[in-house]
Design a protein around this ligand. Structure first.
Ligand code: ADP
Length: 160
């Protein structure tokens, strides 16, 4: 079965990587999809985010990375995926994720959302936390892969 893991990944964190590692064991093929979203101001460009996702998941064979646009369910259909993976960290994620999953179900009943629960050591972790730490020159070791930490440091050195 082919699954997609859509999101912003601005940037990818160890929490995302953990979900990807586990989803890649459940599904034959997993495509990480950086969804274009003009409403959200992103720190990294889509290409930069895709490249960091590629580097951070290079050790997993059945994982690939794409940039997607339009509705997530339409994109899934276009590439022949029937599963949409999302991660849940805490109850705070639950309401938003339920809303999204229910809307997607109404849009296309053939695409199924599957939730994976974050491991406790990653449940506090978000891309925003990683950005705040980087901005304040904190230690990023426990939050993001080394290649991502380097890019975060570079971005904030440039004063963005
Ligand atoms: P979006 O803007 O679509 O929420 P994100 O990149 O923030 O994109 O997140 C993509 C998915 O990964 C979401 O389902 C989110 O709940 C999940 N996620 C984010 N961080 C973690 C984490 N630390 N552990 C598990 N799941 C996570």
């Amino acid at each position: 079965m082919k699954a997609i893991y859509p999101g912003s990944f601005d940037p990818i964190t160890y929490g995302h990587v953990d979900i990807i590692e586990r989803a890649s064991e459940v599904f034959d093929e997993l495509v990480i999809v950086i969804m274009q979203n003009d409403d959200k101001h992103s720190l990294f460009t889509e290409e930069e985010r895709a490249e960091m996702c590629r580097k951070s998941t290079a050790h997993i064979k059945n994982v690939s990375v794409m940039i997607g646009n339009g509705l997530t369910v339409d994109f899934a259909k276009k590439i022949g995926a029937t599963i949409l993976v999302r991660g849940i960290r805490a109850v705070t994620d639950y309401e938003y994720e339920m809303q999204l999953a229910t809307a997607n179900m109404a849009l296309n009943g053939d695409i199924h959302t599957v939730f994976l629960v974050a491991q406790p050591q990653f449940s506090f972790l978000s891309s925003s936390t990683a950005k705040t730490i980087a901005k304040n020159k904190g230690d990023l070791r426990f939050f993001v892969p080394d290649c991502v930490a380097e890019e975060l440091v570079k971005k904030y050195e440039k004063g963005e």
